[in-house]
Design a protein around this ligand. Structure first.
Ligand code: ARG
Length: 464
């Protein structure tokens, strides 16, 4: 059977393998809502400009309404022979209303149609993700507020570095996810121009009104260049780039949760809701969800590479290669939604163990506080103070004790002017409380950060 759509030129149908490689309805049916929306706007514009009669326009709109209902009710039969979502909907419209259906595609091509649909889809996906990331920030902020005073070792090189609070640590992720929302919103701003009316490549000789369709579809303006309009997929690449950074951040948090929930750290415990057992080892409580969030990152990074590779050598304008864009973006979105839900669930679920965290703070961790005290009180240049503190650390380490366990005399062997006042800065609590510089870990700072973050990130309708 020849195609109804291009049967004028073709006398035979496609080879089976041709249909197999060409067909996209299996995945691009996810664009159905956007496609209907786009068709409605296009049809209304054609009528407004006198290109299609009011009667035909009404028939088309009614037909589209019926299709919408069929799809919503699960009664729409997507046909592989009709290749993609655009031709499935147009084909069904012809079944339903007959001849006027053929007027809908006036001054339009699937090239500008798919670009428009896909932009609208990505735009909606960004809005959904923005909500979901905000929810994740919200549970992180709540946990941080509850643990503004909980002391834990902060790490560099995964070596205990300085005491920090667990709340401060969690608030770092709130910042990271805030930037993720910002990146998604930046992408949204740039994608919000309408390709519709670019036609296949060159524009159209019909007196269309591109500003009207752009407005009806909530775009800021029509895209300025018809060739760019049909060949650009930057918006999808930017989405994948922002998705990759977001996935990377979730993976880092997942990695920390894996570490923290191990018996060796013991910093957090997941309830049974987020733990899995081992089929062999009865003692195990595995953090599978965190590991999977970490593991699924590869799909999203891979998707970014795949899409960049699809686009990298395409001459202007549209090439069918670009049909490969959608599965990548759909899959990344689905994976992100799953990972965001799991991460939000885990953060909400995890029970921090303040005692274990405090116990993990070793007796050498306030070495910087010692050096700072020597600099501040004895007015010794920091580099020299570092050297003095280093000697004291070496002594403590040799004796297998903490710095604060040394006697004043032992400290004075390294620097005679040290007084007993030094001991007041050597507890982890004092150390953390002293970090009052902007952005520092002092519990009072963390409480302020928490309030500021609620206002910055959790106010609805306000982009970060
Ligand atoms: N299914 C196609 C895609 O996703 C729609 C555009 C087809 N355009 C064309 N000239 N064959 O890219």
């Amino acid at each position: 059977m020849t195609s109804k759509i291009w049967g004028g030129r073709f006398s035979a149908g496609p080879a089976a393998i041709m249909e197999e490689i060409n067909v996209s309805i299996g995945f691009d049916q996810r664009l159905a809502k956007q496609d209907l929306h786009g068709s409605r706007a296009h049809c209304a514009m054609l009528v407004a400009r006198g290109i299609v009669s009011k009667d035909d326009g009404d028939a088309i709109q009614e037909g589209l309404t019926r299709i919408e209902k069929e799809i919503a009710g699960g009664n729409f039969l997507f046909k592989r022979a009709l290749e993609d979502v655009h031709m499935n909907i147009e084909g069904r419209l012809a079944d339903l209303i007959g001849a006027p259906a053929g007027r809908l595609h006036t001054a339009r091509s699937r090239n500008d149609q798919v670009a428009t649909d896909f932009r609208m889809w990505v735009r909606a996906a960004i809005d959904t993700l923005d909500d979901e990331v905000r929810r994740l920030q919200s549970v992180l902020i709540d946990k941080a507020a509850a643990h503004a005073d909980t002391i834990m070792p902060g790490f560099t090189h995964l070596q205990a570095a300085q005491p920090v609070t667990f709340g401060h640590h969690l608030m770092a992720y709130v910042e990271m996810f805030g930037r993720d929302r910002g990146r998604l919103m930046d992408a949204r701003k740039r994608l919000n121009e309408c390709p519709l009316g670019a036609g296949a490549i060159a524009g159209t000789s019909f007196p269309i009104d591109r500003a009207l369709t752009a407005e009806k579809l909530n775009f800021d303006r029509p895209m300025a260049n018809s060739m760019d309009a049909v060949s650009d997929r930057d918006f999808a690449v930017e989405f994948m780039a922002a998705a990759s950074v977001l996935a990377m951040h979730m993976s880092r948090l997942a990695e920390e949760m894996v570490n923290w929930s191990s018996a060796q750290f013991g910093f957090i415990r997941f309830t049974d809701a987020f733990s899995t057992g081992s089929s062999m080892m009865p003692q195990k409580r595995n953090p599978d969800a965190a590991e999977l969030v970490r593991g699924k990152t590869g799909r999203i990074f891979g998707g970014l590479m795949a899409l960049l590779t699809v686009m990298k050598a395409l001459p202007l304008t549209y090439s069918k290669d670009m049909q490969e864009d959608k599965e990548i973006v759909f899959a990344a979105f689905d994976t992100l939604e799953l990972c965001l839900a799991a991460t939000t669930g885990m953060v909400d679920d995890m029970k921090p163990d303040a005692k274990k965290m405090r116990a993990a703070v070793d007796g050498l961790i306030t070495a910087t506080d010692l050096a700072d005290w020597v600099t501040r009180v004895l007015d010794i240049p920091f580099r020299d103070a570092h050297h003095i503190a280093g000697k004291i650390v070496k002594l403590a380490e040799g004796k297998g004790v903490g710095i604060a366990d040394l006697s004043l005399a032992e400290m004075q062997a390294a620097e005679p002017r040290i007084t007993k006042e030094v001991f007041s800065v050597l507890t982890p609590e004092a150390s953390a409380a002293s970090r009052t510089s902007f952005g520092g870990t002092a519990p009072d700072n963390v409480r302020k950060q928490v309030e500021a973050a609620r206002a910055r990130f959790l106010t609805l309708g306000k982009a970060p």
